[in-house]
Design a protein around this ligand. Structure first.
Ligand SMILES: [Zn+2]
Length: 567
């Protein structure tokens, strides 16, 4: 790093005039931008896997790399990507890699690479010069498909090309790798999923593989891959971006969540609210599991990192099988270690900072998900279901409910002795630190508004105060009654479904108030990272690449220092 600064200075001395100083400023600015992302290594003890599972992971990572390659094409284009090699400044090149392109994903997609203007809203899914009228006039029903790109041909007309043709070269390689993976897969569910997914990638019809994925319950390995989310298409939101997660299930956590989800009807009865708001019986079936991520690729690896997944997106699958929610434990650990803990050190009193624990954080996050199932779905005032009654206020209140009822579940499970590695004080203090982290960039969307309503309510109830140094101290007794009071208020708001009351409350209380704004400034000044960038892959895991050889039926033990990697 020092060397780098010296070389910039040398340039500054050699050259004259303001432009060099400007270049130097730019350079430091890019370095700062890169440092917003804290590096984190996605390790996994592969000794916990069977030899076949290890081999599968190796192949999955190779497939993931192809997904990554296709995503580059979708977001930035092959020619543009090739230009990156010519960039000398390592920070600039690194930042382009993190963003999969020339635009800053943490700063409203502003261009940071010289020579690039604003990001095309349709990324590289559509011709950059296509007008909306041109799109509307185009007579081709596949133009709105999630699995096609649009290109201008030699005659200037727009053609619609299905993904499996557009990315044919890459997908043929995936097909080959999947063939090997299918031979290795011992778990029936996993094998069937890989088989159907293989077909889907060649036809762009994912329904069957999505249904089969929902039926895959036993496999410890999971592999989410293909064109999935549509955020990258900011023009119409039609086109899906390729991505991949290689995952290993955390069985202990997953089993606990399943067991506690079964307790929801009992937990519902104990909710601290007027009995009329807890008459419904919550469902006890939920496909909520915990995983460690071994590898991220493509869309989910671009800019801010995904820490939880809820899939598939196909509503036909929702109707038939529901969805699966995947909590990514080590990804959350990364954010906890690199972001939440530094914020806690800055903001939480010396005596209580020891109560900020990963297990408490992860419990709060997981039981937030479980708690979406608690409370009330239909208003008791004849206004229909809560979502419809509260309209655009619904999301904020629903997140507020899941948050506070999630904390309530954690508290109850600790008291019952079901959770015994953390204390109630840990859960509370970590919850407060989590609130401070999540409102770091203000309260604009549903989660942020929910967090601010909760924070302000708890502050008024003296659930926490400030010590002499201005740091936060949780009062356990007050926190308990504030938790109950806030839960009662949220459940009432949902149950009454009074839109005007819900909106008035959120408008007044869902904001960052001046004293907290001061804290957020202090957090900003401390240069705490805002996201994570992963070190990952075969080398990190000490797993062999499949390369293009045939699959070996057994793994010969090779001392790790002798394993050769292709790259
Ligand atoms: Zn939620």
């Amino acid at each position: 790093m020092k060397k780098h600064i010296l070389s910039i200075m040398a340039v500054a001395i050699l050259a004259t005039g303001g432009s060099t100083i400007q270049a130097q400023d730019k350079n430091l600015e890019i370095k700062k931008k890169v440092e917003q992302y804290a590096p984190y290594t996605l390790k996994y003890d592969t000794k916990l896997l069977t030899p076949e599972e290890s081999q599968l992971v190796g192949i999955f990572i190779e497939i993931a790399d192809v997904m990554d390659d296709i995503f580059w094409e979708q977001s930035f284009g092959k020619e543009n990507r090739d230009k990156l090699r010519a960039i000398n400044d390592p920070y600039l090149r690194r930042y382009a890699e993190i963003n999969y392109g020339a635009w800053d994903r943490l700063d409203s997609e502003k261009p940071f690479l010289p020579g690039f203007g604003p990001k095309p809203a349709g990324a590289n899914f559509y011709p950059a010069d296509m007008t909306k009228t041109e799109f509307e006039k185009l007579d081709n029903p596949l133009k709105t498909s999630q699995y096609t790109i649009l290109r201008r041909n030699d005659k200037g007309q727009i053609e619609v090309i299905p993904y499996h043709k557009a990315y044919d070269r890459q997908l043929r390689r995936v097909d080959e790798l999947l063939g090997k993976a299918i031979e290795l897969a011992k778990d029936d569910g996993l094998r069937k999923y890989l088989e159907t997914r293989r077909k889907a990638l060649q036809t762009d019809d994912y329904l069957e593989s999505d249904l089969v994925w929902m039926d895959m319950k036993e496999s410890r390995l999971d592999f989410v891959f293909g064109p999935i989310e549509n955020y990258e298409d900011a023009l119409y939101g039609y086109k899906t971006a390729y991505e991949a997660f290689v995952l290993v299930k955390d069985e202990k956590w997953s089993n606990d969540l399943a067991r506690f989800t079964k307790m929801l009807p009992e937990l519902q009865k104990q909710l601290p609210c007027d009995p009329k708001y807890k008459q419904e019986v919550p469902g006890t079936e939920s496909d909520l599991n915990v995983y460690d991520v071994i590898y991220y690729a493509g869309d989910c690896n671009a800019g801010s990192k995904t820490i939880a997944i809820n899939l598939p997106n196909d509503e036909r699958v929702h109707l038939e099988k529901g969805t699966r929610r995947l909590q990514l434990k080590n990804a959350m650990q990364a954010k906890f270690d690199k972001i939440l803990l530094p914020i806690a050190n800055l903001m939480i009193s010396k005596e209580q900072v020891k109560n900020v624990k990963f297990d408490a954080f992860f419990s709060n996050v997981c039981y937030h998900e479980v708690a979406h199932g608690l409370g009330i779905k239909n208003t008791i005032t004849g206004k229909g279901n809560v979502r419809k009654a509260l309209q655009n206020q619904y999301s904020a209140w629903e997140e507020a409910k899941a948050d506070i009822c999630g904390l309530y579940i954690v508290q109850t499970l600790i008291e019952k002795g079901e959770i015994n590695d953390i204390t109630i004080e840990d859960a509370y203090v970590t919850y407060l630190a989590g609130l401070l982290r999540s409102v770091r960039f203000g309260a604009t969307e549903a989660h942020g508004i929910a967090n601010m309503m909760c924070f302000n309510y708890m502050q008024e109830q003296k659930a926490f105060s400030r010590d002499k140094e201005g740091k936060y101290v949780v009062n356990v007794k007050n926190m308990r009654s504030a938790l109950e009071g806030w839960a009662a208020l949220v459940l009432k708001t949902e149950g009454d479904g009074d839109y005007n009351a819900a909106k008035a409350y959120a408008d007044k209380n869902g904001k960052v108030r001046p004293d907290l704004a001061k804290d957020l400034k202090a957090i900003e000044k401390a240069n705490i990272p805002v996201d994570i960038v992963y070190k990952q892959g075969h080398r990190v895991l000490n797993i062999e690449k499949d390369s293009r050889n045939t699959v070996r039926s057994t793994i010969k033990p090779v001392p790790s220092n002798q394993i050769k990697f292709k790259k």
